[in-house]
Design a protein around this ligand. Structure first.
Ligand code: ZN
Ligand code: ZN
Length: 606
């Protein structure tokens, strides 16, 4: 502290050491004492006590004025702390003044750039090292690879991989783990698996977790689950990080059985747990339509945070139990848990699914700073419940920049309410804002198809063809004995057997009153062809398959569908649930449908 309080004469001191000149650059008015061992140790103790960038800069200026050697450990320490606090401009200047910095300093700077999300700069440092012939070490590559991963820079990533091999670091656990994560993000699962295999016995919990987390995060939930199963067979005990990742993959794919097994093992104390694992379990049960299990777990949780509440509220909303979602929301507020943006989005969606316009409006007005997602949910609520003009008025009154989500909600409502005029207006806006978004084109084409305006449908198809656009392929999935089976429209290994069963099923349900809703077929086909096209919808194949293999009649048939279920399949499911006395739980793109005794939980509102 005495360094800051003592009075010095800077002007008089300048002639003693040329570095004193830098003093004024840093705005320091107090010149230092001459360098002595005491001063060095004083600086060291100052650095230990002060870690704010502002103080560090002052200490740096004082060090300069003492003329202490630039190579000394004090500057290294300052560079390290400043880099980690994100003061990259200052850190870079400091670095540039250093004479032949050691590889440790290069690594420090690179790490600082990466932590400050300046990945291009981090890679630049790496290239500069390369040009100057600085030999990288095992601490250099993890940050280079992380930067390549963040920038999705495939080419540089492969180059760096070659350098890793050249420097003999391909057997280093930390470097290899980063390589695996990078290849997973690039979508090169084969490369990722190769690198992971090459790690052999060096693989530990950290590397398994990195692999599973990467697959789970970058859209390959199937691989995340498969690797988790391999990890267990290899005798590596999972921790809470592994479990949270695997459960979120199960939730993504709808693997309820695996999720339940893990839940029982956690309950029995064979697997570790914490609030993140419990929230992941809640999410899984909610997304698989098992609200009874979710609610049991929720009641048992020792600590519940806003994520736990929001997940259960959202779960009730998509499963058609809007009133329960709302009463839980009020209970949450009574217990003093502050709702966040996600909670509010979930309650608005609960209102929307049940057509609770008045309550939805009240809840919306209680949001202090509504986000664009809240506004889109409000448009959805008003539009779906038939208040299309009001929804349009609401959009016009919005003061924020409108996005595709808002117009998409209006277009969707227009399709449900068969309002082409407003639908076209919404579609025009959508095309302006997000011309490349295929899902909106599909919505629009569905709207015209439902009205039988095939010229317009053809125009959109032509546009799609010219812009190299491919319609999102519909698929449904079911879980059988822990394995997930995917059904695409019209094809499956056992399709002949399935089609035969589907034909029998169709005639059975026709016998109790089912009539095809032909409007759903999106093609300009003859009536019979339309019916045949409907028969091939992936959810029907999945239903036939489940009926064939799942013999326990107490057990509901669970089907996940990536798109919105069409009107006809919705009718079909109702009749199948009645004829076969089986409950069908279907999750489509927007919500759950629980079909039982010829009725659906969505009360035809979806
Ligand atoms: Zn369908
Ligand atoms: Zn339904």
């Amino acid at each position: 502290m005495f360094l800051f309080s003592r009075q010095f004469d800077l002007a008089g001191a300048r002639h003693i050491h040329p570095r004193y000149r830098r003093c004024s650059l840093h705005g320091i008015a107090t010149p230092p004492p001459l360098p002595t061992p005491t001063t060095k140790s004083c600086f060291a103790s100052l650095l230990r006590s002060y870690s704010y960038p502002k103080h560090l800069k002052q200490i740096h200026a004082l060090i300069l004025t003492t003329g202490l050697s630039i190579k000394n450990s004090l500057l290294t320490q300052i560079l390290q702390i400043l880099s980690l606090s994100g003061e990259m401009c200052y850190a870079r200047n400091l670095f540039d003044e250093m004479h032949k910095p050691r590889v440790f300093l290069w690594n420090t700077l690179m790490r600082g750039y990466f932590k400050s999300k300046l990945c291009t700069e981090a890679l630049e440092i790496y290239h500069q090292m390369h040009r100057l012939g600085v030999r990288p070490d095992e601490f250099t590559f993890p940050f280079v690879l992380k930067s390549c991963t963040a920038l999705l820079d495939n080419w540089v990533g492969m180059e760096v991989h070659a350098m890793v091999v050249k420097h003999g670091l391909d057997f280093n656990n930390i470097v290899s783990t980063e390589l695996v994560v990078m290849y997973v993000k690039f979508g090169d699962a084969d490369y990722a698996d190769d690198v992971f295999e090459s790690m052999g016995n060096g693989r530990d919990l950290v590397s398994w977790n990195a692999l599973i987390a990467a697959y789970s995060q970058y859209g390959r939930a199937d691989k995340a689950i498969a690797h988790f199963q391999r990890m267990e067979s290899a005798g590596v005990e999972p921790d809470t990080i592994t479990l949270a990742c695997v459960l979120s993959s199960c939730s993504y794919l709808g693997c309820l059985e695996l999720g339940k097994k893990l839940y029982f093992r956690i309950k029995e104390g064979f697997l570790p747990s914490n609030i993140f694992v419990e929230n992941a379990l809640l999410d899984l049960f909610a997304k698989c339509g098992s609200m009874d299990v979710a609610s049991e777990l929720f009641d048992e949780m020792p600590i519940r945070n806003v994520v736990s509440w929001s997940t259960v509220i959202g779960g009730y909303a998509i499963n058609g139990e809007s009133q329960r979602a709302l009463s839980l929301f009020f209970q949450m507020c009574d217990e003093g848990v502050r709702p966040n943006d996600v909670t509010m989005l979930n309650v608005l969606s609960a209102c929307s699914h049940a057509g609770l316009v008045k309550q939805g409006k009240e809840l919306f007005s209680s949001i202090a700073k509504p986000t664009i997602e809240h506004c889109a949910a409000m448009v959805d609520l008003l539009g779906r419940s038939g208040h299309l003009e009001e929804a349009y008025g609401f959009i016009q009154s919005m003061s924020m920049d409108l996005d595709a989500g808002v117009w998409g909600a209006l277009l969707n409502s227009c399709i449900i309410q068969h309002n082409t005029e407003l639908g076209e207006l919404a579609a025009d806006e959508l095309l302006k804002l997000a011309p490349e978004t295929p899902s909106y084109q599909v919505l629009l084409s569905n709207m015209y198809a439902a009205l039988g305006r095939w010229n317009e449908v053809e125009k959109i198809r032509e546009w799609m063809r010219l812009s190299d656009f491919r319609k999102v392929i519909g698929y449904s999935s079911v879980e059988l004995d822990g394995e997930v089976l995917v059904f695409h429209e019209g094809s499956h290994a056992q399709s002949e057997k399935l089609h035969q069963l589907l034909c029998e099923l169709t005639s059975t349900v026709r016998g109790i009153g089912y009539r095809p809703v032909i409007i759903s077929a999106l093609h300009d086909l003859e009536e019979e062809e339309k019916e045949a096209a409907l028969m091939a919808h992936s959810e029907r194949l999945a239903i036939a398959f489940s009926l064939m293999y799942s013999n326990n009649i107490e057990c509901p048939l669970r089907i996940m569908k990536n798109l919105r279920i069409c009107n006809d399949c919705h009718e079909f499911c109702k009749y199948v649930s009645k004829a076969m006395k089986r409950e069908i739980i279907m999750r489509d793109k927007s919500r759950f449908h629980h079909f039982k005794d010829g009725q659906c939980s969505c009360t035809n509102f979806w």
